[in-house]
Design a protein around this ligand. Structure first.
Ligand code: UDP
Length: 314
């Protein structure tokens, strides 16, 4: 069995490459390294079942040989990244998804699309079930990500209905763990980096907005179960343990043991006020639920970041 993973050198993509290799798959990782890094897959390079190709999947994709699954994970995913790369983000969500679907169709392969809780926008329903259609500003700064992912879901369903392609859609909620970029601008890397550097921790707004953080190994397990299932409609994968961003900042500060202040900064436009997955569907059809609690997950991520900061300094 051979998989093509777009965005395979990113945070989630690289964990997925490792997981599928462990399951016995051959993996071809495609990444243009705009937000990913070849360091994320350096440990896989000696594996003869693994191949890496630098490639922008917003351009036509040509892959020799048979392919059994295409998993489309290429996209900037951190708000500061997609605000810096708005056109690239729209292109990879639209053209990149179209090209990845075309590859899957040509190879008669399964297709799995990495979608997002951002499809729900700033939700007026909580927790969010898959049946909720969302509350998205179609022209705000976050729309480059939200709308391209919504388009990606639409074209994936169209390929399923019109071409009979064997597709999956996973709606990924906030995820954290080793290999997040130190400077990716998301809450956890910022808080950990700031606490480690002895800098003030920046909380946007009043910190009362909520998120629900899933540890990366739980997420990857859920995604693989979805790939193996027969479900074509979107499935939420995330951790339903909801926490305010202020409490999250305090947890990180306590973990690091840093004596740094928490400072408040303006809330970015359209920043969702709450986000929490309803995972009843994943529980029912995938027999999946997260296992790693926040304490354990934060500790593992902290160990990784500490090492990264030490290496950067050396
Ligand atoms: N956030 C924050 N301080 C930071 C970075 C992020 O308070 O230094 C907030 C951000 O405004 C949002 C939450 O933390 O409310 C999660 O942000 P993140 O960028 O991790 O991802 P999002 O869930 O918004 O996609």
């Amino acid at each position: 069995m051979r998989a093509v993973i777009t965005g395979g050198a990113g945070f989630l993509g690289s964990h997925l490459c490792g997981y599928m290799l462990d399951k016995g798959w051959d993996v071809l990782c495609l990444d243009n390294l705009v937000t990913g890094s070849d360091a994320n897959v350096a440990h896989l390079q000696s594996n003869p079942k693994f191949a890496f190709q630098r490639k922008d999947v917003s351009e036509h994709i040509e892959v020799a040989g048979s392919v059994d699954a295409v998993l489309h994970f290429a996209s900037p995913a951190s708000p500061p990244d997609y605000l810096k790369l708005p056109i690239e983000t729209l292109k990879v969500g639209s053209l990149g998804t179209h090209n990845s679907l075309g590859l899957a169709k040509a190879k008669r392969a399964k297709f799995l699309m990495a979608s997002t809780s951002e499809c729900y926008g700033d939700p007026d329903v909580s927790p969010q079930p898959e049946t909720y259609w969302g509350h998205v500003n179609p022209v705000g700064p976050r729309s480059v990500y939200d709308e391209s992912k919504r388009f990606a879901e639409a074209i994936t369903m169209a390929y399923h209905r019109h071409h009979g392609l064997d597709t999956r859609i996973v709606r990924i909620f906030n995820t954290y763990g080793p290999r997040m970029r130190l400077n990716d601008g998301r809450a956890l890397p910022n808080f950990l980096y700031q606490a480690l550097a002895g800098e003030p921790i920046t909380v946007y707004g009043d910190g009362k907005q909520t998120r629900s953080f899933c540890y990366v190994s739980d997420l990857i397990e859920g995604i693989y179960r979805l790939l193996e299932s027969g479900e074509h409609e979107p499935v939420n994968i995330g951790n339903p343990h909801e926490i305010t961003i202020l409490e999250f900042a305090e947890r990180v500060r306590d973990l690091v043991g840093a004596k740094v202040p928490i400072v408040f900064r303006p809330l970015p436009q359209d920043d969702p006020k709450q986000r929490c997955p309803d995972i009843a569907k994943a529980r029912r059809i995938l027999r999946w639920e997260p296992k790693v609690n926040l304490e354990e997950g934060l500790q593992r991520t902290y160990d990784f970041f500490r090492q990264q900061v030490a290496t950067t300094k050396a």
